[in-house]
Design a protein around this ligand. Sequence first.
Ligand code: F6R
Length: 366
Amino acid sequence: EKGGYDHFMLKEIYEQPSVIKDTYRGRLLADKGIIKLGGLEEYIPKFINADRIIIVACGTSWHAGLVAEYIFEDLARIPVEVEYASEFRYRNPIITENDVVIAISQSGETADTLAAIKLAKEKGAFVYGICNVVGSTISRETHSGTYTHAGPEIGVASTKAFTTQITVLTMIALKLAQVKGTISKSDYMMHLRELDMIPTHVAAALKSNDKIEEIAAVFKNATNFLYLGRGYNFPVALEGALKLKEISYIHAEGYPAAEMKHGPIALIDEHMPVVVIAINSNHYGKVVSNIEEIKARKGKIIAVVTEGDTVVRELADYVMEVPKTPESLTPLVTTIPLQLLSYHIAVMLNKNVDQPRNLAKSVTVE
Ligand code: F6R
């Protein structure tokens, strides 16, 4: 049942090239320039005319929501707020009929997300669901939605659910951008072609597995990790830190790289591994400066870099390569080495990777 893998988590990490493809199969026709999402078509005007989109979710699904905030605002120019479902529901939030709420949930059973949906519906908002489990409560309670088609996710630590959620959210953003006219025809076509390449890129990123295992061996006894990223990769830093915490029980924090100087830099010394997403993007120069600041304080750098990178490779103690893709799609590839890093560290520490202590696959308590 684990398909020859030692753990469900590893199997699910390795399934990502195929399940990402399953997620967009029949929905993304890159050559024809078509994105067709059954649940979305008739509601496109609702999205386009919305005052804002509010995304509600928990945990890893909330991180997918944060990635979506960048892509929706960047490409479709629709204001987005991303909320922890638990905070949203208890805050007496301002919601109107002109808001569109997107609820993201792998299990489709998360109690706080479900309660946030009910509240949004009471206030008259249109609620769109992105779930993995077909027929789940959240998929039934939402007005419409899109399934991720990642297949069953058994490992408690969410991996393929995250990348397939981002795949769906990216398709929605591109579709809205096209209809609204906020993206040029050539940029739109380029994004579709590049999205269609993501399974190949993810497969390439997985090839670094052995190297990542070696890096894991070096750092497995660290007691703290810092994860840094900028822009689209800030949420990836949060997700990388969450993966490490939940399965290895090592304390880890994700931060926007620029925030380091506002506090966390005080933590850095030779015992602090810092995982930096330093891909070749708009933020490259700034991230390189952040790495230099960490080096100056003797922090150890593990960098996620674009294939062929030379500058960061010189500075970093260890690098994990990912293929080049447009910045808006990078979370789909930069996440992969971080999943593998946390997996190997947890295995080396003899932790129960698939069923970490105190955690459940669906959180049906509030
Ligand atoms: C992390 C993890 C949790 C879930 C969260 C939401 O790896 O699995 O943080 O992401 O409990 O669950 P869903 O997506 O089922 O609503």
